[in-house]
Design a protein around this ligand. Structure first.
Ligand code: C5P
Length: 220
């Protein structure tokens, strides 16, 4: 069983959509449920790995034996990843991290102004957690996701090059039956110097198992 190779390996897994706060009561987020990340945590733990799960959601049961770190924002997620990356063997960035956040956080509830009818919110780029790790990367295997609605493989290939990841898991989120917020997925795995591997539609649990089988080969 190839998953044997994962015993005692240290996994760092992120899950869920981050929140970008506008004011104390409002935020911008995305449709990620965290299910894919939790499936990875469960399967890795069942293979005897030590798993730290950095999660934005409290809607899913935390697999027994998994160490949970709860976060909300990109900054909190980045800090948690940074603190645990050096000790990790494998990082799986399954979280849907906000690409933009408000330029300014307003520390009180913004009042509705009925006269203006429009409200403009200025956004700035968030720090890219994956890219920020490139310089610290040693033995770690780094896995990123590309959740796309169009040009899936082209975008995923670009991310494999730009993000410093060893694997990119390409995920079509335009379909209602797979991807965000449902229990099934279908993915294509991209690696440098390897042919792409396509995993057809199946449960996120089974997808996680198949991806981890491929990862485990890197340790054997
Ligand atoms: O949002 P994007 O398509 O660039 O996300 C691709 C990968 O990069 C995902 O694995 C995501 O978790 C990660 N990411 C990140 N920091 C960001 C945005 C995305 O680490 N600010």
């Amino acid at each position: 069983e190839q998953l044997q190779g994962l015993k005692h390996k240290r996994f760092l897994i992120t899950a869920g959509g981050t929140r970008a706060y506008i004011d104390p009561v409002r935020y911008i987020s995305n449709r990620s449920s965290g299910k894919m990340g939790y499936a990875f945590a469960q399967v890795a733990r069942a293979s005897g790995a030590e798993v730290t799960l950095i999660s934005t959601t409290n809607q899913l049961p935390v697999p027994v034996g998994v160490h949970l770190i709860s976060v909300e924002t990109v900054t909190e997620m980045q800090q948690a990843v940074q603190q645990n990356f050096a000790d990790a063997d494998i990082l799986i960035m399954a979280a849907a991290v906000s690409d933009y956040e408000p330029v300014q956080f307003v520390d009180h509830k913004i009042k509705k102004n009925s006269k203006t009818k429009q409200f403009t919110l200025e956004l700035k780029e968030t720090p890219d957690i994956l890219k920020s790790l490139t310089a610290q990367k040693k033995k770690q295997i780094v896995v990123g996701f590309a959740a796309e609605t169009d040009d899936l493989l082209q975008n995923a290939e670009a991310k494999l090059a730009s993000k410093g990841a060893d694997f990119i898991i390409a995920n079509d989120v335009s379909r209602g039956d797979i991807g965000f917020n449902v229990s099934e997925n279908a993915v294509t795995i991209l690696q440098r110097q390897h042919a792409n591997i396509t995993i057809p539609k199946m449960s996120k649990q089974m997808i996680a198992k198949k991806v981890l089988e491929i990862l485990a080969k890197r340790f054997s």
